[in-house]
Design a protein around this ligand. Structure first.
Ligand SMILES: NC(=O)c1ccc[n+]([C@@H]2O[C@H](COP(=O)([O-])OP(=O)(O)OC[C@H]3O[C@@H](n4cnc5c(N)ncnc54)[C@H](O)[C@@H]3O)[C@@H](O)[C@H]2O)c1
Length: 259
């Protein structure tokens, strides 16, 4: 069994990406053991190193805090296997952050059905299956358990560039948030979405420089948001302060879309 944290284990998907790394760092800082799932094994190894460095600064045992698992989240049996491994090696799962995702930039109406399917599978079905695995394990546990789904402003702001299949995948995720929040309220599983706007991560690479510049210029603070700023909100929801919040979609965009 890995780890001794009293807080239990948090699972973060897409742990090796820009937002994922910041969320892992925040949860480690808070004292959680973190299991990180990602398809990118080399980048997961970098996260392991990052946690090692962070733990030496915190004077905490690194090996007890982070387990990186290579997992293609479009593969349901692989997700089931990863959760089995996490339970065996890290014990009780008390939090899940569905963060893995991407944005395909096909132009409607010329979006191939394969691109549509992949968009929905990576952004929505992966989170759906992770929730199935997590909820089964959370229901019998004491205390308030947490699920945080990383959605997007793109599901709500129709001024910016986001393609329709990306928007739809995130809108579906937010409906899952509300359904599970209601369905599992008595089991004390709090489920919320965080819907960020432009956050500086490698995902910016899907945009042309012109589109990126225009989108950043539209941010009221004149700059993109940072992954650590979004991670702080994830940490807040997972902390005891978040116990009484469930079924919300929290929009983070510097007030860009207030009318
Ligand atoms: N960056 C932004 O401006 C922004 C804005 C709104 C929402 N989001 C959302 O934030 C989340 C994190 O994105 P990011 O900006 O950190 O992007 P990122 O590309 O840096 O990270 C995404 C991570 O997901 C992983 N991943 C992708 N497909 C996978 C699969 N099939 N199996 C396992 N892992 C897979 C990637 O390997 C990567 O590590 C995404 O859901 C994204 O839609 C990002």
């Amino acid at each position: 069994m890995v780890g001794t944290s009293k807080l239990g284990t948090a699972v973060v998907t897409g742990a090796a990406g820009g937002m994922g790394r910041a969320i892992v760092a925040e949860l480690v800082r808070m004292g959680y053991r973190v299991a990180g799932l990602d398809i990118d094994l080399a980048a997961l190894e970098q996260v392991r190193e990052q946690v090692k460095k962070q733990c030496s600064e915190l004077a905490a045992e690194h090996e007890e805090r982070f387990l990186g698992i290579g997992c293609d989240l479009t593969d349901e049996p692989a997700i089931a296997q990863a959760f089995e491994q996490i339970e065996q090696e890290m014990g009780n799962i008390v939090a899940l952050v569905n963060n893995a995702g991407t944005c395909f930039m096909g132009e409607f109406p010329d979006i191939a059905s394969d691109e549509l399917d992949r968009q929905m599978t990576i952004n929505f079905s992966s989170a759906f299956h992770c929730c199935q695995q997590a909820v089964r394990r959370m229901c019998s546990q004491p205390g308030v358990k947490k699920i945080v789904n990383i959605s997007s402003n793109g599901a709500y702001n129709f001024d910016v560039f986001d393609p329709p299949h990306y928007r739809a995948s995130k809108a579906a995720l937010d409906t899952l948030t509300k359904d599970l929040a209601r369905r599992y309220a008595l089991d004390k599983i709090s489920v919320n979405s965080i819907a960020p706007a432009m956050t500086e991560t490698p995902l910016f690479g899907v945009l042309t420089q012109e589109v990126l510049d225009k989108a950043i210029a539209a941010m009221p603070h004149g700059r993109a948001m940072q992954p650590s700023e979004v991670a702080a909100w994830v940490g807040f929801l997972i902390s005891p302060a978040g116990d009484i919040a469930s079924g919300n979609v929290i929009v983070l965009n510097q007030g860009r879309d207030v009318r």
